[in-house]
Write a protein that binds this ligand. Sequence first.
Ligand code: GCU
Length: 609
Amino acid sequence: MEIIKNFVDNIHNGDYKRNYRIPVIQEETLIFPGGRRTRSLNGEWNFSVDQYDNCLRAKWFLEQEINDEGRSVPLDYAFDDWEKIKVPGVWNLAKPEYFYYEGPAVYSRRFSLEEENKGRVFLQFGAVSYEARIFLNGTFLGIHKGGSTPFSLEITAHLKAENRLIVVADNTRRKEQIPSENTDWFLYGGIYRDVSLLFVPNVYIKNMKVSLVNRETGAIEVKALIESEKKLTDHTLTFLIPELNIEETVPVSGDGTFTKIVHAQNLSLWSPENPKRYDVILTLKEKGEAKDEVTDVIGLRTIETRDGKILLNGRSIFLRGACLHEETENHGKAVTKEDIREAFQRAKKMNCNFLRLAHYPHTQWVSEIADEEGILLWEEIPVYWWIDFSNPQTLNDARNQLSELISRDFNRASVIIWSVGNENPDTDDRYHFMKYLAETAKEKDPSRLISAACLVDSVNLRIADRLESHLDVIGFNEYYGWYDPDYEKLTEILNGSKPEKPVIISEFGADGYHSENKTGKNVRGSEEEQEEIYKKQVEMFGKTEYIQGTAPWILYDYRTPKRLGAYQKGYNIKGLVTADRKREKPAFEVMKKFYEEVRENEGNDERIV
Ligand code: GCU
């Protein structure tokens, strides 16, 4: 008697989640989306907060309105009558009463499958914060954990002509999650990136990775994976870059893996000055007949370190950066392409060529637009501050978020650095956890640099984090002048350290509030004081040879539950620009001038191989 048992279960079962812990949806089910037949499920969904997780406890997703004795059952839910909410979006900004809501919420919508589909159908989510449990036509299909990365799941076997899709999104902070319970940013909730149906044939191209592996010879490595339920026999793959007159067709081996090196002549290398991209097409054929095809638009460049320098296309480059959270006042984390372009324009106005995307994977639109506009990116997973480093499940979740990020952005020329964390306490557990992540990133993507934002050794005043031996670039956060007023310590650190690898000052800065009343450079937290701190900081950077990049914290003021001071009012006000993006603070000019000088010293000759 499901529904009666269900009722008892609903109120007597403390471990009601036991049926919703597996399958865990992870990177393995991601499918390359470029050029695919998709159908958007964005739009208005029905919505309700579900503070006591009733949808799971009472199995609302079954929509069982008549019990086994034929009697109607009182309903405590009304999917189709609930209010509407916009997807993508964050519930926090949908209604004032939802602003601080943290917990489970139920999204539901119906969709019909008009088109006859002969192949396989997948659901794709850009991201859901933080856990997402997916139910289709009354069946639990799996759970995704991680609030910033995409996931896919196959729904072919569960589809009907008319379908009910339910997503239980839960943004509760938990000790064992990545990030853990304590962050200096606002943890929005909801389905805040695109949702779509993805249609693929029975045998299809699961992923395609393209990278320039040798600039001198123009060698381009193409890796692909073909998914098939039967052994591949008469299949070939054709790789095409029309503009470079590259067309190569090769047979595909039985296990579906494919690696090929092709050579380009007269390649125009991608760079911030010349964000040149090429159309790339990969076609799967069976007995010469095209069965599946994916496309991408890819910039080709190399990034490496040598003798303490960061080399883009063989040329040393200083990363003129800024840190950026994924947020705008009006959209929260559900930023739009216009929001992204606006941030890029502001960064370029400050003479930036680089952005540190703090502290989690931002929408894939950022790296796509950065490819187009010529901005270099540091992308990061939220292994942030204290994490449950001794928990194997936590390590698996961190590994998975890293894998989903690399899988999503592998073909993006703008992404040059994968960062495995930020300001973590230096314990043995932390060391082993992050060493594993650094090694995983390098193994999954040998074409990029690995970093992390480390803390200084504040006792010996040195850049000396043992994780550095597993990084290509040392990120180093410091707030001298703000949290510690003693600049002499920064001088001691910079002059006394002898790092063998390039260092990026991955954070520095200070609060900067604006007040019509009298403020001044001696007023704590004023934007005039902020300006003074910036002047002292950039003066020291200019004298330190091994610093190969800087990223002030942070381009825009942003929401955080940690900053409740008289002038903060729920915002981190270290921004160089106000949260409404309307006003640049005086320190903005300091950075703009510093970066102008750096750029002039570097010169702008672009090497063409
Ligand atoms: C830290 C941390 C940031 C934080 C900043 C601050 O370095 O990485 O996430 O917001 O300092 O104190 O404002």
